[in-house]
Write a protein that binds this ligand. Sequence first.
Ligand code: AMP
Ligand code: GLY
Length: 424
Amino acid sequence: MNVLLIGSGGREHALAWKLAQSPRLGRLYCAPGNPGIEKHAFCIDLDVMNADSIIDFCRDRNVEFVVFGPEAPLVAGVGDRVRDAGLLVFGPSQAAARLEGSKGFTKDLCARYGIPTGAYRRFDNAVEAKAYVSAEGAPIVVKADGLAAGKGVTVAMTVAEAHAAIDDCFSGTFGAAGAEVVVEAYLDGEEASFFVLSDGTAALALTSAQDHKRVGDGDTGPNTGGMGAYSPAPVMTPDMVARTMSEIVEPTIRGMAEMGHPFSGVFFAGLMITARGPELIEYNVRFGDPECQVMMMRLKSDLLDLLLATARGELAGHVAEWTEAPALTVVMASKGYPGSYRRDTAIEALPEDGETLRIFHAGTAMKDDRLVATGGRVLNVTATGRTVSEARDRAYAAIGEVRWENGFFRSDIGWRAVSREQAD
Ligand code: AMP
Ligand code: GLY
């Protein structure tokens, strides 16, 4: 079977690498792809926000199955149009993608189906939002309702900070995404991401991972798309996984189906593990990036089989198998990220991939036969080990072999798991 993978990040490099291992795969195409993905797929320059260009390409090249990596084309309805054209699609419908596209939608779903999450209110004007914050007090969380590239959330430690965040949203900083604001209770605990495949009715629990969202060591500085991750997240004990499935995931799948837009694809719950148990912070309707990179290092099952069963509504009875051994990835980003950064800086040397080490490319390109960094997040140096500490040591040793002057990285990825291991 010929497959088209949509996307160009480290997540898609990891998916391409894993899809390429399937004996059922014919040709793998990727749009637009990157130089790392090129080792496993034919990269093609398609406008992935244009359904017609995807449909025409698939007809021309006999592609039957389209796998969407990022959420933007799904939220915009491109996936629906490709599905309506008769192609098999991995990724939710536009209506179901609202689980990520609208925080207000997800909060209302939680309220309706009794899913544990922070208490919240939705506002369309600053005056009422500020009055609510003043009445509730700090700490409190202010969120732009729509997609704001992970930057629309302020965890405010003071009322003044929350008021400023509300002004920011309504002044248009996040465009249309900030036309509505969600104000939410602050949840205290340890975060984890939990991934699930669903075909609309059946749910298949995948595994857990922990991201590092802040740009700086010690979880300081502004939020980013993610500076590193490891899998599994030790805080997700078998009991926590069972509770997450029964209290959060299963009511979500049931609720989405009842509301007339069943969810088909992968989603992950951003969880806060509080003293009361797992509570939902947010949903994303795709694999996480860089969480996907560590998950693919651990996946023993055939990825193409799993994605196809999801898209065909035949997920019941499938299992996903994972290595016990953890994986950890460190993101190397362009200096200045998540603010502005220089483009086209030379990457002069990379270590070799091996059994326990892989470099997944994100914002890279070939220019005049040289590998250059074109994006904010550029490389994912990913390793496995018997412990998180061993995986971390391997990843950082490999970073020592990367020659890229304009790159930087966090030096403490995995710190929570490593301190747990040291305490054992
Ligand atoms: P989000 O974009 O919703 O994932 O939020 C970004 C980050 O803000 C999360 O990963 C959390 O670290 C933090 N956050 C969001 N909502 C809350 C909350 N209710 N309580 C505490 N922290 C939160
Ligand atoms: N790393 C977080 C995300 O993909 O949303």
